[in-house]
Design a protein around this ligand. Structure first.
Ligand code: FAD
Length: 491
């Protein structure tokens, strides 16, 4: 690094949902310029974009702190600003005479629209905004069906993804030894805490986020989670990933959401683990397919930018949802009287996470047993999940509802009792989240193992009675779905 470089105008490295320093094409491009680098984060509560949920804000707070510390290790610094992105970017670029800004695509259509305007505005001020894909294996829409249309069915999409070579990651450049030239002066910056992202105490004075600490936001936490998974859990991933009572999945979802690790890094490390031990091959293939669902969801989001509030299949628009505030609240609180649903909803509230199998059962229960609009459940998950994702969350909800592309068929109504028996055979998962109740059920809506979960003490509160009978609810759901289809056929 020469004195000339240090004194030249900086390039701006604008972070968003790409909060990492490695395997990041924008970081690499900025380092390769040899110019000083000005890392920047802007907290912009733009009313035209969907506000982050409360759990996501908690994650963002800690992830920014981690990025701040990681940059400091390179002698660099994260400048944190709050306000209108257009104004802040233009004014910092002007003040520092920066002509180049690097950032990553978020592939969230609301941001992408905004980015297009921003690019034009900055260009007219002589500044180039380079947006780079640091989020996905392939940009949405890059792969198409033979008919030249976007994919709506997962299996052919996945075949095409594999054939494209995007999953074969031979090497990843090592950026650790490259110098981080500093600007001659740093801009004034807010502290992460000034953004007010951490939730306050609950009305009863408790720290809602205390149970989130099983996760370690930040790039080092993401790498640690991947290492832990490959070493301990990949081997049985294909056979045990549906078991919520076991620690069998990667827990990488919030790290991926905030871009703390790239999907390329995950695939690369997984392939290396499978090369070293060929017993891991089948599990590695399954894990790769799950990561591909994330890619597929982003493809659906590109096709329906309002995926969180518009049915992908518009024929669902006339579905007559029930409005039952009490039952919705029971579901949110984990008081439906169905153990697996209740355990899942409590896991969500207490830890900011819910196991995938239980997400499917809990979502199906809201939509099909209670006939409550999937959008309400999606919003609750959006607020409470640490990994709340603009593509995965609505795409998964619509998959369960049947309104999505390649969705679960309408007659698939998850049975919360048999699902519990099959996937939580010893009741351990349920016991973890449902404690201290007296068992009052007749047994019809509970699994055989249930009695073990409940406190025999007479002063324990009674476990809620089922909010709806399973057989009745199943028949009602099938009828409601059939009616909708019959209505359409008659038109
Ligand atoms: P692993 O099994 O270790 O999978 C590895 C990665 O693959 C995940 O981190 C994720 O990025 C991806 N993945 C796995 N399963 C899916 C899937 N079915 N669809 C899309 N990507 C997948 N995932 C989110 O990341 N954010 C969400 O907001 C979200 N909301 C969901 C809502 C519902 C109703 C349902 C049924 C699923 C939802 N999922 C969501 C998908 C899935 O439940 C989570 O990705 C998974 O549980 C995360 O745990 P993990 O990282 O240990 O997964």
């Amino acid at each position: 690094m020469t004195e000339k470089h240090i004194q030249s105008a900086p390039v701006i490295l604008w972070f968003r949902f790409d909060l990492r320093l490695h395997d990041h094409a924008g970081v690499r491009a900025a380092l390769e310029t040899g110019q000083p680098i000005l890392p920047l984060y802007i907290w912009d509560e733009n009313p035209a974009t969907r506000p982050l949920g409360a759990a996501s804000k908690w994650w963002l707070h800690h992830s920014l702190e981690a990025l701040y510390a990681d940059l400091q290790k390179h002698g660099s610094r994260l400048t944190i600003e709050r306000g209108n992105t257009h104004i802040i970017l233009a004014s910092i670029a002007k003040e520092y005479k920066a002509k180049t800004i690097y950032c990553s695509h978020t592939f969230d259509p609301e941001n992408e629209r905004n980015d297009a305007e921003l690019t034009d505005e900055l260009r007219s001020a002589g500044i180039t905004l380079h947006r780079i894909n640091n989020t996905l294996l392939t940009a949405p829409g890059a792969l198409q069906t033979q008919g030249g249309t976007p994919f709506r069915v997962f299996t052919p999409f996945y075949k095409s993804l594999l054939a494209s070579g995007a999953c074969d990651i031979d090497t990843l450049p090592d950026l650790t030894t490259m110098p981080w030239p500093r600007p001659s002066q740093w801009p004034a910056s807010l502290a992460v805490a000034d953004l007010g992202l951490k939730p306050g105490l609950t009305p009863s004075g408790q720290d809602w986020a205390q149970g989130f600490n099983r996760f370690k936001p930040g790039e080092a936490g993401a790498r640690g989670a991947l290492r832990h998974f490959l070493k301990n859990n990949l081997q049985a991933y294909d056979s045990e990933r549906d078991r919520p009572d076991l620690d069998a999945t990667s827990h990488l979802s919030p790290h991926l959401r905030f871009g703390e690790i790239s999907p390329q890094r995950i695939l690369h490390e997984t392939a290396r683990a499978a090369e070293a031990d060929n017993r891991l091959a089948a599990a590695a293939d399954k894990f790769r397919a799950e990561l591909a669902w994330r890619e597929f969801s982003y493809g659906l989001l590109a096709q329906q930018p309002s995926l969180y509030n518009i049915n992908f299949r518009r024929d669902f628009d006339r579905f007559e949802w029930r409005h039952d505030e009490k039952q919705f609240r029971d579901w949110c609180r984990g008081e439906t009287g169905y153990e697996l649903v209740d355990a899942g909803m409590r896991e969500l509230w207490q830890t900011g996470y819910m196991h995938n199998r239980v997400r499917m059962v809990a979502a199906s229960f809201l939509i099909k047993h209670l006939l409550i609009d999937w959008r309400r459940g999606e919003q609750w998950f959006w607020d409470c999940l640490l990994d709340a994702d603009p593509a995965n969350n609505p795409a998964s909800w619509q998959w369960v509802a049947g309104s999505g592309a390649d969705a679960a068929p309408y007659f698939r109504v998850f049975n919360p009792i048999t699902q519990a028996e099959k996937f939580d055979p010893n009741g351990e998962y349920r016991a973890r989240y449902i404690q201290g109740y007296t068992h009052t059920s007749t047994g019809r809506n509970h699994s055989k193992k249930a009695a073990e979960l409940f406190d025999k003490a007479n002063n324990s509160p009674k476990y809620p009675q089922p909010v709806v009978d399973h057989v009745f609810a199943r028949d009602r759901a099938l009828q409601a779905y059939k009616n909708r289809i019959v209505d359409e056929d008659q038109e």
